[in-house]
Design a protein around this ligand. Structure first.
Ligand code: OAD
Length: 246
C-alpha cells in the first residue's frame, strides 16, 4: 500500500544479509550544501533556457554561453561541502561494501568528497572535460572559461566541452545501471523530482520484479511518487543519517 508521510513516521530500513540496495540521488541531496537544484522556485532552469546551456544545439549555437554556465557551476560547487546526507551514504558504503550501488544524476563531486568510493555519475561530472570531436578520454579539469576565445582545443582541433550529459544525449553506463536495477532488493531515491528520464523510470523497472521495495526521500512527493511504496518526507540532511539500521 502506498504511503506518504513525514519521515519520522517510518522505521529505519534494514537489509537482510546478502541483500542489495540501489540508491539514486538527485539535485535535492546537494541542496543543503548550497548547490542550486534545477526545478525548484529560483532553480537553475528558471534562470536559464535548458536548450541554450544543456543541449548539443545550444553548444553548436554558442559554446561560450555554455562554458560560462558550467564555469559558474564549477565556481559555485568549489565553495560547497558535503552535508550529513552525503556523509551517511559514504558510511553506508563502508558497512555494505559492494552491496550498495550509488547512482547519481548530480554532476557535483560531493559524494566523493564525503568519502564514497564508487559513485556512478550517469549525467557526467562537472570537474571533467573532454573533446567535442574525438574519442580521447575525459580528464579532470577545474578551469573556468568565460568566453569563446578562452576555450582550449584538443590536439585533433576539436574544442573542449564539459563532460556533462546534455538533453538529447545518452546517459553514461546505462548497461551497468540496468544490471544493478535487476539485482537490487531495495531501491531508494533521494531528492529528485522524477521529471527526467530515463532516471525517473528506474523505479518502475525495479517494481516490475516481485518483492523489491521502493522508497523516496525528499521534502515533497516527486512527479513519479505513485511508483514508490513509500515517500518519506523531509530534507535529505535530516532523513538520510537515520534512514538505515546500521
Ligand atoms: P530537480 O531540480 O528537478 O529536483 C530537485 C528535487 O529535490 C525536488 O524534487 C525537490 O523537492 C527536492 N529537494 C529540494 N530540497 C531538498 C532537500 N533538502 N532534500 C531532499 N530533496 C530536496 O533535480 P533532479 O530531479 O535531480 O540533468 O533533476 C534531474 C536532472 O534534471 C538533472 O540531473 C539535470 C536536470 O536537468 C541534466 O542536466 C542532464
Amino acid at each position: 500500500m502506498f504511503q506518504i508521510a513525514p519521515y519520522d513516521r517510518f522505521p529505519p530500513l534494514a537489509l537482510a544479509p546478502g541483500q542489495r540496495v540501489f540508491i539514486l540521488t538527485g539535485a535535492g541531496i546537494s541542496a543543503e550544501s548550497g548547490i542550486r537544484t534545477f526545478r525548484d522556485a529560483s532553480g537553475l532552469w528558471q534562470q536559464y533556457r535548458v536548450e541554450d546551456v544543456a543541449s548539443p544545439e545550444g553548444w553548436a549555437q554558442d559554446a561560450g554561453v555554455v562554458w560560462r554556465f558550467y564555469s559558474e557551476r564549477r565556481a559555485q560547487a568549489s565553495q560547497c561541502a558535503p552535508n550529513p546526507a552525503h556523509v551517511a551514504l559514504a558510511k553506508l558504503e563502508e558497512a555494505l561494501g559492494d552491496r550498495i550501488f550509488l547512482c547519481t544524476q548530480n554532476v557535483d563531486p560531493l559524494h566523493e568528497q564525503a568519502g564514497s568510493r564508487r559513485v556512478h555519475h550517469m549525467h557526467g561530472e562537472l570537474f571533467r572535460s573532454r573533446c567535442e570531436r574525438c574519442d580521447a578520454a575525459d580528464f579532470v579539469d577545474e578551469a573556468t572559461y568565460f568566453s569563446i576565445a578562452a576555450i582550449p582545443r584538443c590536439a585533433c582541433g576539436g574544442r573542449l566541452r564539459p563532460h556533462i550529459v546534455w538533453f538529447g544525449e545518452m546517459p553514461l553506463g546505462l548497461d551497468v545501471i540496468a544490471n544493478e536495477l535487476d539485482r537490487c532488493d531495495l531501491f531508494v531515491t533521494i531528492g529528485s523530482s522524477g521529471a527526467v528520464y530515463p532516471a525517473a523510470g528506474f523505479v518502475r523497472q525495479v517494481r516490475s520484479r516481485k518483492g523489491v521495495r521502493a522508497v523516496y526521500v525528499g521534502p515533497e512527493g516527486p512527479d513519479n511518487a505513485g511508483s514508490f511504496d513509500e515517500c518519506r518526507l523531509g530534507k535529505a540532511g535530516e532523513v538520510v543519517p537515520g534512514l538505515f539500521v546500521t
